[in-house]
Design a protein around this ligand. Structure first.
Ligand SMILES: NC(=O)C1=CN([C@@H]2O[C@H](COP(=O)(O)OP(=O)(O)OC[C@H]3O[C@@H](n4cnc5c(N)ncnc54)[C@H](OP(=O)(O)O)[C@@H]3O)[C@@H](O)[C@H]2O)C=CC1
Ligand SMILES: CC(=O)N[C@@H](CCC(=O)OP(=O)(O)O)C(=O)O
Length: 333
């Protein structure tokens, strides 16, 4: 028996992707997969892509999860904290939700409502010092999907002094799975197909998370819902604060990273190339006329934006090679 893992919220999109990744992981053995309204269902009734996996979803409670060495929580915001409080200290946890991401309680309450539960180690291994922090933590708060896409693009440029932290503008498109399977927003195919629609304009919950992770002090973000199942493409621009080549800065920051790829000069990221992978693709240039740095970043919101990132963190927390069970390469077309 390897390392015993459990997935809470296994009937959701992020939970389903976790099950897929865990089924191919050489060291993690799935001992429980839980659901809420779909508890009791066979996994293939909920996730037909997992045909061949013989698993029945059980109810989400602490008793059913406590046997695991490590638990992934893929639950709606506000639900993780209640379950986490009931799990023994000895059980490691990676929370895919937002309950433990923010340090500022007032900001958490403003964007998510309810009482802030606390702050865990932020689960983005590519941030300076975070790989070591994650490896020594038993509680890790996985990133938001937009937050991962935008932070990977922006953090090294602010740290190097090239991008003005007080003048950052982002427009980012997301596939519909980012909204979750039980989303309240209207995701009828007849309304999404052939449409691009902005939402949460000037009020997205990932803005404080990105500011916290990058040091940006003023960041305007416009999310756009795109008619595709997976993927995020973010265009991040910032006032150029110093001379220097932003692409070189990204190459320096990510040259040794297995999952962050600065594309060859002239090639720009696109979402389909990252689908099914745990990779983030980046490209950067200077828009000389406007005096702005432009970075484009793409990833799979269910991969590096959620389940893949969670497995990457769990590998680190378990003393395993960070890349174990994860694909660098996408499945396009
Ligand atoms: N989708 C994405 O791209 C990303 C998602 N995340 C985060 O991951 C978490 C899961 O997201 P996602 O998979 O998209 O969401 P889904 O809506 O697809 O799935 C939610 C899961 O939570 C369960 N659930 C619903 N209500 C409750 C409740 N009251 N108590 C316990 N369990 C409940 C559902 O069970 P059932 O279906 O049986 O009712 C389902 O398993 C969220 O916190 C989300 O923000 C983070 C990054 C990216
Ligand atoms: C398309 C879409 O609706 N996306 C979601 C992304 C949510 C997410 O994945 O992040 P959290 O874990 O912080 O909820 C949104 O914009 O709110």
């Amino acid at each position: 028996m390897g390392i015993r893992v459990a997935v809470a919220g296994a009937s959701g999109y992020a939970g389903g992707e976790l099950l897929r990744l865990l089924a191919g992981h050489p060291e993690f053995d799935l001992v429980a997969a839980t659901a809420h309204s779909q508890a009791g269902a066979h996994v293939t009734a909920v996730h037909p892509q997992l045909a061949g996996l013989d698993l029945t979803l059980t109810a989400t409670d602490a008793a059913g999860l406590s046997d695991a060495d490590l638990v992934f929580l893929a639950l709606p915001h506000g639900q993780s904290a209640a379950i986490a409080a009931q799990l023994p200290e000895s059980v490691k946890i990676v929370d895919l939700g937002a309950d433990f991401r923010l340090r500022d309680a007032a900001l958490w309450e403003r964007y998510y409502g309810g009482e802030h539960a606390g702050t865990w180690t932020y689960g983005l291994p590519e941030l300076p010092g975070h790989r070591e922090l994650i490896a020594s933590s038993s509680r890790v708060a996985n990133t938001g999907c937009y937050a991962a896409t935008i932070t990977l693009a922006l953090a090294p440029l602010i740290a190097a002094g090239l991008a003005d932290p007080a003048d950052v503008v982002v427009v980012a498109s997301s596939g519909t799975s980012g909204a979750g399977r039980s989303a309240k927003v209207n995701l009828l195919a007849s309304e999404i197909m052939g449409d691009l629609s902005p939402y949460k304009v000037g009020a997205h919950q990932h803005v404080p998370e990105i500011k916290q992770a990058t040091g940006a002090t003023s960041l305007s973000m416009t999310p756009v819902l795109a008619p595709m199942p997976r993927g995020i493409l973010a265009t991040v621009t910032a006032r150029r604060a110093a001379q220097g080549d932003p692409r070189e800065v990204l190459l320096q920051a990510y040259g040794n990273e297995p999952f962050v790829h600065v594309l060859p000069e002239g090639a720009w990221p696109h979402t389909a190339a990252t689908a099914g992978s745990n990779s983030c693709h980046l490209q950067a240039t200077v828009d000389v006329d406007s005096g702005r740095i432009v970075v484009v970043s793409a990833l799979d919101n269910l991969g590096k934006g959620a389940a893949g990132q969670a497995v990457q963190c769990a590998n680190l927390m378990s003393g395993l090679p960070e890349t174990m069970g994860l694909s660098v390469f996408g499945v396009a077309p």
